[in-house]
Design a protein around this ligand. Structure first.
Ligand code: NAG
Ligand code: NAG
Ligand code: NAG
Ligand code: NAG
Ligand code: NAG
Ligand code: CA
Length: 440
């Protein structure tokens, strides 16, 4: 492994690092100035006027304080991620160096018998790989420098305008960090695979980067729909989720799934809070986890539905956020697109957007004379009461009586009266989220 590639990577990381440090120092200076200088504007004479010339008066202006947008604190998180990367790179660097020493040792005469693959045949391929990586990292480094320039530019504009939307720059930096993460991860794999003494490398504690949701696993090349562990909030716990890596390019974190009625969804507040069911079959991920996931990034929601006639339709919402428990897991949903119809914003009177979560034991709905969760046997963001309820009872066929099954009010033909008062049921339902800015 050539040291040059590490050099590039570290300089990229350091570029981001120094940018942040510079920011800190500036604000401290501004603070100091303010303490020393109580009077906002001062005029001082420092001597006599020159003949016919100007008087050496000096005007001291008050320090300029700039209100940065709240989103600027995101920089701190990115900084932490970059630091993680830096540590990871150092560890890798060290292990690769050890690795190289071992490789050199083993090439020495008399020790060749210990090695199974011939080091000579690997050399050329390694060189190419190193060169590829080098140029990749090289490019990343210049990308990061571009990001820095872009931030500088934005900071300049900030002084003129009071409001600047940092979302774009954030997601730009985010995607660069995700990209660096994936490069580091792929280096990790390559490094240990060519090390002659594998056990030693593998027994070292492996440092893991933070995967906030399934899209981060997709970014590092995971393509199988499986259970993965995510940490949407580094200050909070990590947990397992099921990732859909196939639908519409993949990268989806599944929040809810119905497919055979094996899990009972008539549950109380506590169960909906922590989640229940089996991640590989039917489950509700849990409102606390859904909150953390939707807080960590701007998310879109996809709902997939299938009825017992084999009709499959979907609904996409370009924003999805669930507030915390204190705010009763209020739903925030964006614009609709898709084929299943916009049942969450059915009409003025049936609209699930901005509604609180209700369960049979916690009435937060807009129906004054009863609890919609109790009546419709589920936990959901009820209005008064519903035009959609994906947590309703699982019926294996059409049913009569209260419409407490899985329900999507814009489904073709669902509102027409059926003979004998039958209601249609659904075979499968699934809710999943993915970052808005994710490009599969
Ligand atoms: C802050 O600036 C001062 C002088 O301007 C410098 O000595 C110091 O090293 C800087 N601190 C950091 C953390 O860069
Ligand atoms: C990283 O960025 C480069 C150039 O921007 C791109 O070609 C590459 O596909 C990206 N890698 C990943 C894993 O996103
Ligand atoms: C589901 O749970 C509820 C509440 O515990 C119970 O009343 C109901 O009978 C259960 N349904 C099934 C199908 O087991
Ligand atoms: C972790 O997240 C849960 C759910 O939002 C919250 O109740 C709890 O206070 C968080 N804990 C920390 C340490 O932030
Ligand atoms: C809906 O999604 C399709 C496919 O992704 C896209 O072509 C179309 O422009 C979208 N429509 C709206 C209104 O966003
Ligand atoms: Ca009520």
């Amino acid at each position: 492994m050539k040291p040059a590639s590490w050099c590039w990577l570290s300089s990229a990381v350091l570029a981001a690092f120094s940018l942040l440090v510079a920011g800190n120092n500036e604000t401290e200076e501004i603070k100091d100035e303010r303490i020393r200088d109580a009077c906002p504007v001062r005029l001082e004479s420092s001597g006599k006027c020159e003949e016919g010339g100007e008087c050496p008066y000096q005007v001291s202006l008050p320090p300029l304080t700039i209100q940065l947008p709240r989103q600027f604190s995101r920089i701190e998180e990115v900084f932490k991620e970059v630091q993680n990367l830096k540590e990871m790179v150092n560890t890798l660097k060290k292990s690769c160096q050890d690795c190289k020493l071992q490789a050199d040792d083993s090439r020495a005469p008399g020790r060749n018998g210990l090695l199974s693959p011939s080091p000579g045949s690997l050399g050329e391929a390694d060189d190419n790989r190193v060169q590829e990586l080098e140029s990749e990292v090289n490019k990343l480094s210049s990308d990061l420098k571009n990001a820095k320039e872009e931030i500088d530019l934005l900071q300049g504009r900030l002084e003129k305008l009071n409001l600047v939307n940092m979302n774009n720059i954030e997601s730009y930096v985010d995607s660069k960090v995700a990209n660096l993460t994936s490069v580091v991860n792929s280096l990790d794999g390559k490094c240990s695979s060519k090390c002659p003494i594998q056990e030693e490398i593998q027994s070292r504690p492996v440092q893991h980067l933070i995967y906030k949701d399934c899209s981060d696993y997709h970014t590092i090349g995971k393509r199988s729909s499986e259970i993965y562990r995510v940490t949407p909030d580094p200050k909070n716990s990590s947990f397992e989720v099921f990732c859909d890596m196939e639908t519409m390019g993949g990268g989806w974190t599944v929040l809810q799934a119905r497919l055979d009625g094996s899990t009972n969804f008539t549950r109380m507040w506590r169960d909906y809070k922590v989640g229940f069911g089996n991640l590989r079959r039917e489950f509700w991920l849990g409102n606390d986890k859904i909150h953390l996931l939707t807080k960590s990034k701007d998310m879109i929601l996809r709902i997939d539905l299938e009825d017992f006639n084999g009709v499959k339709l979907y609904a996409l919402y370009d924003q999805f956020y669930v507030a915390n428990e204190f705010l009763r897991y209020r739903l925030h949903i964006g614009n609709y697109n898709g084929t299943a119809g916009d049942a969450l914003h059915f009409s003025k009177h049936y609209n699930h957007d901005m509604k609180f979560f209700t369960t049979p034991d916690r009435d937060n709905d807009r129906y004054p004379s009863g609890n919609c969760g109790l009546y419709y046997s589920s936990g959901w963001w009820f209005d008064a009461c519903l035009s959609a309820n994906l947590n309703g009872k699982y019926y294996h066929q059409k049913y009569r009586g209260v419409r407490n099954g899985i329900f999507w009010g814009t489904w073709p033909g669902i509102s027409e009266a059926q003979p004998g008062g039958y209601k249609s049921s659904f075979k499968e339902a699934k809710m999943m989220i993915r970052p808005k800015h994710f490009k599969p």
